[in-house]
Each structure stands twice: as C-alpha cells, then as structure tokens.
Design a protein around this ligand. Structure first.
Ligand code: AMP
Length: 215
C-alpha cells in the first residue's frame, strides 16, 4: 500500500506512521527525519536544508522531490511506502503522482491551539527516535525507552512554531482539496475521539481510527 500522512506539525504523524508502517509492512519515510540525518552527517543536502528548517520554512521543492525520488527507488519500497511530511506543497504532490502515486492520504486533523502545547512540550530521543510529551515523562531529560538524553528540536521552540503553522496553512493545507478531488482523502478528526486526563486524545485511539479509515 502507498500511503501519505498529512497534517500540521504536532498532529502526531510521526508517532502514528511508526505504528501503521509496521502494521502494514511498508517503510516509514519521513522527509524531516531524512533532513535531520543529512544534517548530522553534514551532507550538502543537510547543510542546504538547515537554514530553512531553523526558520520553519519549507526546503525548496526541487531538493525534496529529488531526495524522495531516490528513496522511493530503493528495494524496500517495492510493496509500497508510508510518507510522513511529504508532500507539503501541491507541486510536490504533482511530482509524486508522476513518480509513484499514493493509494490513500490520511489527514490527521488537530486544531491549532492543541498543536501549540504539543509542540512546545515535545521532546525527542536521538538514539531510538522516540517522541514524548513532557506531561507523560517522570524526568523530561531522559528517554523512558532507552535511557538516552532527550532534546527539544530547535524548530519546536516558540519563535519558530508559529511560522511552521502558518506555512502549513498557507502551503500544505491546499493538499486536502487536491487529494479530496482525487477521491483519496481519509480524514481523522482527533477532536471527535475520547480525551485522556490531560484533555488530549490517546495514541491508541488515533491508531485504531486510522486503521478503520483505511479498511
Ligand atoms: P518535520 O520533521 O516533518 O516537521 O520537518 C522538519 C522540517 O524539514 C520542516 O519544517 C521543513 O523545513 C523540512 N521539510 C520536511 N519535509 C519537507 C517537505 N516535504 N518539503 C519541504 N520542506 C520539508
């Protein structure tokens, strides 16, 4: 199956993509993770992407599309893929349709006010790639899975978040109409799901809602 997860930063795309990709047996491809890995390895793509990422802006379409095209040509994508964070513009979606069009697009809908608290409280583990919210951590500096030191992504700091949300609404949200027009959109309204003690929805409920939407 060829799948796209669409949604604003903080919607839970990465968390859900990890579970759904292993459930479906297709690779989870996160363009954000690819850029962060490229930056860590100081490749030309990583160095070029850094200034856009730090500002909460999109990396130019030509750079992202070339990177995704190369990744989708790898053997593990023969039975499909789960793209997380790509496409982010209509131009990227059109390029993907030429390379290897998706079967379905899952839109994870979360209102902006909830995204803000999720993003400012998000901590990431550099070792196991786990993502956590400080409200669920006994010690917000230690990964509860592997014990490594957690960090806050540079672009999760308040100064960058508002720009990332604006970029999503301006440049990425038109994809909802694009895929709706193609009859491929499956919308998950997280506000309609039951809430936990902290007033947010549970990961397992979102996971189930996604599997139901894909049936
Ligand atoms: P993410 O981890 O998906 O939030 O991505 C982090 C950053 O990487 C974004 O704010 C962009 O600067 C860049 N990025 C990731 N995916 C894309 C994409 N499809 N198009 C343009 N820039 C991207």
């Amino acid at each position: 199956m060829k799948l796209i997860f669409l949604g604003p930063p903080g919607a839970g795309k990465g968390t859900q993509a990890t579970g759904v990709s292993s459930h479906l047996g297709v690779p989870h491809i996160s363009t954000g993770d690819m850029f962060r890995a490229a930056l860590k390895n100081q490749t030309p793509t990583g160095i070029e992407a850094k200034r856009y990422m730090d500002a909460g802006e999109l990396v130019p379409d030509s750079v992202v599309v070339a990177m995704v095209k190369e990744r989708l040509a790898e053997p593990d994508c023969a039975n499909g893929y789960l793209l997380d964070g790509f496409p982010r513009t209509v131009e990227q979606a059109q390029a993907l349709d030429e390379i290897c069009a998706p079967d379905a697009v899952v839109e994870i809908h979360v209102p902006d006010e909830r995204l803000l608290s999720r993003l400012t409280g998000r901590r990431v583990c550099p070792k196991c790639n786990g993502t956590f919210h400080i409200s669920s951590l006994a010690d917000e500096t230690v990964c509860p899975v592997c014990g490594d030191a957690l960090y806050q992504r540079e672009d999760d700091k308040p100064a960058t978040i508002s720009n990332r949300l604006k970029v999503y609404h301006d440049q990425t949200s038109p994809l909802v109409g694009y895929y709706e027009g193609l009859g491929k959109l499956r919308r998950i309204d997280t506000e309609a799901l039951p809430k936990d003690a902290a007033g947010d929805c549970r990961r397992e409920d979102v996971f189930q809602a996604i599997l139901t939407a894909l049936e």
